[in-house]
Write a protein that binds this ligand. Structure first.
Ligand code: GDP
Ligand code: MG
Length: 370
């Protein structure tokens, strides 16, 4: 965050809040201890004390977003795109996810047990693509509401025999708001009554104009049920990736987002994480949402134990003290002590917020009954 309260600033400068308030007063600013000070005001006070303002002073180290920093260009390497499938109910999202997974995963992984961890990776033309398997809309709404961007590309599935429907439009709006490129998969092409032209026409009204009609949106006719057009769809995903150049630094402690999490009877807290930058390793001290721990074991989407995973990889981990929520951020720290400090601060903040929420509710109730 870019602001501090008078009280917080006083603490950082080892001064009494009253002294800061007095100084602000001399500078023509009336302030209270809980008042938020912007960067300029903070700088003014610090300069007055002869303290050089480092960026550090403004950094709230318990806010996980502050660790989502960008790396220098020369440290970056290519990373696989992260794809979400969205579309109206019954237009074939689940069938498409299954179809991609079956043609691309189980075929090449004889005997490999594909387990459900909420995301999976496939390989096409020697390149990896990550698919998020969470119900597209839920993933977008909960995660986006919490400010976490996880998707690079949206596949918009539209059934050729049904056309644009309310959730199709919803999906378009989500993707647009998140500034995520859309590839349209015109599905159920095998069906009698399939009318791809109608889909193209209807989508034009929502700003998605096919390349065939002079626009910029890629349309791919498919049959998720018969497994037709899947390869072209994957090729188009790789094409978009080449243009967008998704990058990450594999040589830093991992950061990313929780895809899903639950309590397992035997294994305790189990969380599927999407590594968005860096490399996640077994033994890493980690803060996940309002909980923390050490990565005890990691299992990939093929059900295999792995020691480390790089950018854009989905992985299931154990070793957390508590169960985080989908959309929570995670950050790996160099040492366990810092992870513990940040984790404990976050869990007590969360507890406090929960308590004050409860107090508020009961006060509201009280007033209601008066
Ligand atoms: P979702 O609600 O978007 O996940 O849709 P589903 O994947 O569950 O599919 C809904 C129905 O459409 C199921 O009965 C599928 O078998 C069927 N379906 C999906 N894709 C195709 C397709 O390409 N062709 C045909 N004929 N049916 C399909
Ligand atoms: Mg479904």
């Amino acid at each position: 965050s870019d602001s501090l309260t008078v009280g917080e600033l006083a603490k950082k400068l080892y001064r009494e809040p009253s002294e800061i308030i007095k100084k602000l007063f001399m500078l023509g600013v009336m302030a209270t201890i809980n008042q938020d000070l912007d960067k300029d005001a903070i700088e003014l006070i610090c300069t007055d004390y002869g303290v050089e303002v480092e960026e550090e002073i403004l950094v709230d180290t318990t806010d996980l977003e502050v660790y989502f920093t960008e790396d220098k260009e020369d440290l970056l390497g290519e990373r696989p795109p992260v794809v979400t499938i969205m579309g109206h109910v019954d237009h074939g999202k689940t069938t498409l996810l299954d179809s991609i997974r079956h043609t691309k995963v189980t075929a090449g992984e004889a005997g490999g047990i594909t387990q459900h961890i909420g995301a999976y990776q496939v390989e096409a033309n020697g390149k990896k693509v990550t698919f998020l398997d969470t119900p597209g809309h839920a993933a977008f709404t909960t995660m986006r509401a919490r400010g976490a961007k996880v998707t690079d590309i949206t596949i918009l599935v539209v059934a050729a025999d049904d056309g644009v429907m309310p959730q199709t439009v919803e999906a378009i709006n989500h993707a647009k708001a998140a500034n995520v490129p859309i590839i349209v998969a015109v599905n159920k092409m095998d069906k009698e009554g399939a009318n791809p032209d109608r889909v193209m026409q209807e989508l034009t009204e929502h700003g998605l104009v096919s390349e065939a009609w002079g626009g910029e949106t890629i349309f791919v006719p498919i049959s998720a049920l018969k497994g037709e057009g899947i390869d072209s769809l994957l090729e188009m995903i790789l094409l978009v990736s080449e243009v967008e150049e998704y990058k990450a630094n594999p040589n830093r402690p991992a950061i990313g987002t929780v895809i899903e999490a639950q309590l397992d009877k035997g294994r305790g807290s189990v969380a599927t994480l999407l590594v968005q930058n860096g490399t996640l390793k077994v033994g890493d001290p980690i803060v996940v949402g309002n909980t923390f721990g050490r990565v005890r074991a990691m299992v990939n989407d093929l059900g295999r134990r792995v020691k480390e995973v790089g950018p854009s990889a989905p992985v299931e981990i154990t070793g957390l003290n508590d169960v985080p929520q989908a959309g929570d951020r995670f950050v790996v720290f160099e040492d366990e002590k810092t992870a513990r400090q940040v984790g404990e601060a976050r869990s007590s903040q969360a507890l406090q917020a929960q308590r004050s929420e409860k107090t508020k509710v009961s006060l509201d109730n009280l007033f209601e009954h008066m």
